[in-house]
Design a protein around this ligand. Structure first.
Ligand SMILES: C[S@@+](CC[C@H](N)C(=O)[O-])C[C@H]1O[C@@H](n2cnc3c(N)ncnc32)[C@H](O)[C@@H]1O
Ligand SMILES: *[C@@H]1O[C@H](CO)[C@@H](O)[C@H](O)[C@H]1NC(C)=O
Ligand SMILES: *[C@@H]1O[C@H](CO)[C@@H](O)[C@H](O)[C@H]1NC(C)=O
Ligand SMILES: *[C@@H]1O[C@H](CO)[C@@H](O)[C@H](O)[C@H]1NC(C)=O
Ligand SMILES: *[C@@H]1O[C@H](CO)[C@@H](O)[C@H](O)[C@H]1NC(C)=O
Length: 266
């Protein structure tokens, strides 16, 4: 399958990306999901969710989160109504087939068709199918109607978008009133000592690792450079506010190596 072909090629990148962030990107993504705290019924759009190695990272976490919320709700319900008949119990477990709890849906959108193919194969491989779809599209010109989603996420993706302001406007457009924008991206380190170490690591170690593990110095050189060029926390926050989002906030993770920006369309 396509997945398996890419899997072997991507494996080196996988090892590289994991060793580069020491696997911490998984924790950052878990934190994003906790901030989102979706409930059964939430409609999510995950933009730039493709990628050789990390395809579906947000979508699969979302599905797991929705399922565990649902299980939790049912358990609470059973606890508070211990006199329910078995018919009532089995009814409360019942779900529409081919649906996530509450009819939740997640759409993964990426500009790169090949990346989405890999994501699809990976989903099949891991047994995710209900409520999950894959759409080719540009963050700057999303192929969705207005006011469609409850949450918009973009993880390590907006840095690579040419017109960030346009992508933000599109995020705003496709969100429902009350909907939330969440962005996980590399940011600026706030501690001077950690900043020194981080610079050393970024410029002296990462490209070398990239060459040794993936045979690709250039991509990782570009990666660390693009991280430095991305607007700092406050500047990016102002851009999100300029788009019209309200209650814009951010959280620094790992001393600001990455940040989660959040805003609401009201
Ligand atoms: C670093 S990867 C994203 C990683 C993934 N979201 C994760 O959580 O680890 C960047 C992705 O952004 C996609 N991308 C780049 N420019 C885009 C655009 N303008 N619109 C949509 N996707 C884009 C690329 O195809 C690539 O799959
Ligand atoms: C079960 O108990 C709850 C209150 O604890 C009550 O409201 C409900 O009507 C009862 N249901 C049945 C089927 O007896
Ligand atoms: C996006 O990423 C590709 C490949 O990694 C790179 O060639 C391109 O210049 C990037 N675009 C922007 C705007 O950063
Ligand atoms: C996060 O880090 C940035 C830049 O390093 C710093 O200016 C800001 O005060 C920090 N913000 C919070 C909320 O910790
Ligand atoms: C993983 O490595 C690739 C290799 O170029 C890079 O494009 C991508 O941005 C990396 N992903 C993360 C989350 O750093």
């Amino acid at each position: 399958s396509v997945y398996h072909v890419f899997e072997s090629v991507a494996k080196k990148y996988d090892i590289m990306n994991d060793s580069m962030s020491l696997g911490i990107h998984r924790l950052w993504k878990d934190t994003l999901l906790h901030q989102m705290n979706p409930y059964p019924g939430t409609q999510l759009l995950d933009v730039a969710g493709g990628t050789e190695t990390n395809a579906g990272d947000i979508a699969f976490r979302f599905i797991n989160y929705i399922r565990s919320q649902w299980d939790h709700q049912i358990r609470q319900k059973l606890k508070s109504h211990q006199n329910l008949s078995w018919q009532e119990i089995s009814k409360s477990y019942q779900q529409e087939e081919n649906e996530l709890p509450g009819g939740s849906q997640v759409v993964v959108c990426d500009i790169n068709k090949e990346m989405l193919k890999i994501g699809k194969q990976k989903a099949q491989h891991l047994g995710y199918s209900e409520g999950l779809s894959w759409v080719v599209g540009n963050a700057e010109e999303l192929p969705f109607i207005d006011n469609k989603f409850d949450v918009y996420t973009i993880a390590f993706g907006i840095r690579n978008v040419t017109h960030i302001d346009q992508a933000l406007q599109e995020a705003y457009r496709v969100l429902k009133p009350g909907g939330r924008f969440l962005c996980l991206e590399f940011s600026q380190v706030n501690n001077p000592l950690i900043s020194r170490l981080y610079d050393l690591y970024s410029f002296q170690v990462i490209p070398v690792l990239g060459e040794i593990i993936a045979g690709d110095w250039k991509s990782y050189q570009y990666l660390v450079e693009s991280i430095r060029c991305f607007p700092a926390q406050e500047e990016f926050k102002a851009m999100i506010e300029d788009t019209g989002f309200l209650k814009v906030e951010y959280q620094n993770l790992t001393s600001g190596i990455v940040a989660i920006h959040s805003g609401f369309k009201l």
